[in-house]
Design a binder for this molecule. Structure first.
Ligand SMILES: Cc1cc2nc3c(=O)[nH]c(=O)nc-3n(C[C@H](O)[C@H](O)[C@H](O)COP(=O)(O)OP(=O)(O)OC[C@H]3O[C@@H](n4cnc5c(N)ncnc54)[C@H](O)[C@@H]3O)c2cc1C
Length: 472
């Protein structure tokens, strides 16, 4: 557990209130409550004040006051982060929820500039209204904000074709830790003029400033989409199938989501109104989405792919979504995986990546190591094969004492992460480090990396007021 930040003096709170006006702050416990506990209920924090500035200038005023008084700040967007970096422990909490303007959408630049508090889903809708596509997509997109997905460099289901959030950002506006505004809202595709400050802010988890707006890339709308759920006997077959699918479609695979049987069974058991489209539920399922710029193209490519995959023995069964509602139903089965694990009493959750070609070996080795460490534990694996990113979660054996199981979480996670390290992988593929993994990652990063990151931070935030418990 992180040590609480020192108490903020009443005189500083008064200064913040005066600077932001009545709409810009709250100390009401009911207003604060949803901001203080994260999605899984793992961290519950406290704050002397919630700041809700309504403009970049107001963010700058608030940060300047905090900087002048050495008061620590936690920026918060939608509070959907999974590593606890958005939860304050005595720090001032600065929410971007009132930064909601669409500054511009310029289709000829394939770009749009949105303020940080706009949700990811709204960003997709603004792109669609301009007959463009914004690709980043994840299960929390109705709540996660542009500032949050930038600050965690979020991934999700479309990374295979379009890359992570880092790849979607053309420009950033941010309030730096001394209160100065960095106006980097350029729409340029090329700008080789030295170190790229916006890229430092992406994935910084709120440690280098408050992102207040961003200019994002837009893409052409695909004219056809096709989705299938396929059955495979092994995880190794999924890697072969992905390579085949990319070759057959000329790179048209938009999503390729692997799911082990246990997770599928828990979705059916714990999430109302769900049915697996393959009967029986196979040992491994893959949800494939193909998109094409030609009307009807995706359906034809998917049919051709499945035919070849059957012939080559890569898949044993397949169900093709016949309409939009079936497509949505298939996707729901994938997106509800995290929620489906919750009622099982908690688990040791991991967000790891390994080289794509080594996914199957990693799963075998990690599962054997977990079985040796905690015999009978159940392993749920789902994730993005094309990114080598697996959500590798360990659940207690049926009927096992849950608190005793949870008590072994740290040691158990180390078993999983040590195997990741042997595969030259990462212990945080897309969720970041936050409060959860900041200490642990030191074991897996070189001293050179840790010290260089710490030096950059010292240069930008010498008083360490921004999200002080997170990163180095
Ligand atoms: C059901 C579910 C599914 C998810 N699926 C995925 C997935 O597939 N892929 C994935 O990558 N993530 C996933 N996540 C994690 C989460 O959605 C992302 O981390 C998201 O990017 C966080 O956005 P947010 O606005 O909620 O940020 P918050 O949770 O509020 O904050 C996250 C971090 O960013 C910082 N921050 C927030 N806003 C700003 C800002 N404006 N300026 C500076 N720092 C800021 C915070 O201090 C904190 O460190 C999932 C979460 C849930 C609950």
């Amino acid at each position: 557990m992180t040590a609480p930040s020192p108490a903020v003096l009443p005189i500083v709170l008064d200064e913040l209130k005066a600077a932001l006006g009545p709409a810009g702050w709250s100390q009401d416990p009911f207003t604060l409550a949803p901001h203080l506990t994260e999605w899984r209920g793992r961290w519950t924090g406290e704050t002397p004040i919630l700041l809700t500035p309504g403009s970049t200038e107001e963010v700058a005023k608030a940060v300047s006051i905090c900087a002048a008084n050495g008061v620590a700040i936690i920026p918060q967007g939608g509070n959907t982060g999974l590593v606890g970096g958005q939860i304050p422990y005595g720090e001032v909490l600065l929410s971007t929820r009132r930064l909601r303007a669409v500054r511009d959408v310029t289709p000829l630049d394939d770009a749009m500039t949105l303020e940080a508090g706009i949700t990811l889903l709204e960003a997709q809708q603004h792109a669609a209204a301009a007959d463009r596509f914004f690709p980043l997509s994840l299960a929390a997109e109705g709540t996660a904000t542009i500032g949050g997905v930038i600050s965690t460099n979020a991934g999700g289901t479309q990374v295979l074709r379009y890359g992570m959030m880092r790849d979607q950002v053309l420009g950033i506006e941010a309030v730096m830790p001394n209160g100065e505004i960095f106006n980097g809202l350029k729409r340029l595709r090329k700008d080789n003029t030295g170190y790229d400050l916006k890229q430092l802010l992406i994935g910084a988890e709120g440690t280098l400033g408050v992102v207040t707006a961003a200019t994002l890339k837009l893409y052409p709308v695909m004219r056809s989409r096709a989705v299938a759920m396929v059955a495979l006997e092994t995880a190794a077959a999924s890697v072969e199938l992905l390579a085949r699918a990319r070759a057959e479609t000329g790179g048209g695979v938009e999503a390729f989501e692997l799911m082990k049987r246990l997770g599928a069974e828990l979705v059916i058991k714990n999430i109302p109104d769900t049915r697996w489209p393959l009967d029986p539920i196979p040992e491994w399922s893959v949800l494939i989405e193909i998109a094409s710029g030609t009307p009807g193209g995706a359906e034809a490519q998917l049919d051709a792919l499945l035919e070849v995959a059957f012939e080559e023995g890569l898949i044993t069964d397949a169900a093709i979504a016949q309409n939009d509602s079936q497509r949505a139903a298939f996707w729901r089965l994938r997106e509800e995986h995290s929620a489906a694990l919750k009622p099982e009493g908690g688990g040791w959750k991991h967000d790891v990546s390994v080289p794509i070609s080594r996914i199957a070996d990693y799963i075998d080795e990690a599962t054997a190591a977990v079985e040796r460490f905690h015999p009978g534990a159940r392993v749920s694996v789902f994730g993005h094969v094309g990114d080598g990113n697996l959500h590798y979660d360990i659940l207690p054996a049926v009927g096992e004492d849950i608190p005793a199981f949870i008590a072994r979480w740290k040691e158990g996670s180390q078993v999983v992460h040590d195997v990741v390290a042997r595969y030259d992988g990462s212990i945080s593929a897309e969720h970041g480090l936050g409060r959860l993994k900041t200490d642990e990652v030191r074991k897996y990063k070189s001293p050179l990396e840790v010290e260089t990151m710490a030096a950059i931070r010292r240069a930008i935030d010498p008083k360490r007021i921004m999200n002080p418990a997170v990163l180095f």
